[in-house]
Design a protein around this ligand. Sequence first.
Ligand code: F6P
Length: 549
Amino acid sequence: MTVLPLRQRSTWLALETHERSIDATNLRSLFAKDPKRGELFRVEAEGLHLDYSKQRITEETVRLLIGLANESGLAERRDQMFRGEHINVSEDRAALHVALRMPKDVSLIVDGVDVVVEVHAVLDQMTSFASRVRSGAWKGHTGKVIKNVVNIGIGGSDLGPVMAYEALRYYSRRDLTLRFVSNVDSTDLVEALRGLEADETLFIISSKTFGTLETLTNATSAREWLVEKLGDETAVAKHFVAVSTNAEKVAAFGIDTENMFVFWDWVGGRYSMESAIGLSTMIAIGPERYYELLDGFHAMDEHFRTAPFEENLPVLMGLLALWNRDFLGCASVGVMPYDQYLKRLAAYLQQLTMESNGKHVTLDGTTVDYDTGALYWGEPGTNGQHSFYQLIHQGTSIIPVDLIGFAKSLNPLGEHHDILSSNVFAQAQALAFGKTADEVRAEGTPEHVVAHRVMEGNRPTNVLLAEILTPRILGSLIALYEHSVFTQGTIWGIDSFDQWGVELGKQLAVAIIPELESESEPTLAHDSSTNELITLYRRLKRNEDTHGN
Ligand code: F6P
């Protein structure tokens, strides 16, 4: 189908006009006008209940947004993704993470290959390996069982594993220690290795490309640590495995490709947590729970693929995010999980959302004339409430918030959970309805303080509620955000699966490394600021007497 440039589409133009009527009202009035609003704007899929009634919308907004999705060819592009077409145009690749969670009995032929068969062959290999590590059948170099697993990776090869490990810690084997090293800052590795016995430690080197400087630097130092501790180069064979798409580089690093778990170029780094990149997750929670996680992903994929847009949770969430970004001008989104186990969710979603949709040109290279991806950030509630929520309530920028809660705690204790959950609902209420000057006065507030205590409200939230955090729910939750990102990227007409913007910094750093390391004074040919900074760094580095101060 032919798709017009975004700002020429009839539904976009209609939304621009419609936005004026939304601007002229507020959530208080909208709720007063329709007492059933809370029932109207609700949707459920795969155990995730979304209340979006506190978004600044009317039924007309939703109708127009769905019209925009249709006019933008969302269904067609979604189907292209599920068929394995090369929708990642700038890298000429499929974006087929949905195949990673397809059940064994499904078949998906891409370029003459049944990718589901390949996926399950690796899942079987992971299952066998994880089971051996968990049972103690996999022995280290000195014959000891593995007690520590250290995942070394960065970006998508780290954030998914860490987030999932933390999120599913309740289900994990407590006698196994899992640590994650990502930063090339040596402190990250040194602190992660502190207290670990080398002969009980397994390293998983996770890197799609196996060419990422941070990961290879950490992996090399980890190998040196192991060899030094065990005094034998051959020990590497029992203590290092790799997860990658690049067998050649894995072999060149010195890891036997027998101990390599593959994935494919059609899995983007930030879409890889349920590929072999999830090996540490599987070791932590066991294969059975890991398959539940995959089931959760797949269930949401199926919902996204088949549900009408009006009832389609990821489509609606994506459309609301786009509405807030492009029509209400919100540049930032808060994600606040009210569950301590989800403490790394916001960090994970930052890569998913911002590396995917932080783009300035459309698929054909035309510069966009509208805003794309918003800034995502967040912390678990209720901690954020005692820190940055002030700005969300009374600051001058409107920040839509996703509040994520659960009806049951995995660790019930007295009143804790109801106290926690009351905050989910209370925050959504406070943000939506605020407090007027008359209400503040009615509380007996002295007149000179009234203005300070007024809260204008009209600040949008999504409330996502589920019964309890399980591997399955986690899978559905992540797939929900993935497809919401896809929905937005499709309407914006951008490539949500490349990340060229991260390359320049990497190239420049590679040129600077020898200038920092050089024994002799290097000739610096950068801009004057960079030259000065490098010179200062070299001078400070030579100051031996300040070490440790
Ligand atoms: O620099 C960004 C990036 O390419 C991410 O997209 C990716 O997740 C990360 O680096 C790590 O890449 P790799 O898994 O190839 O080491």
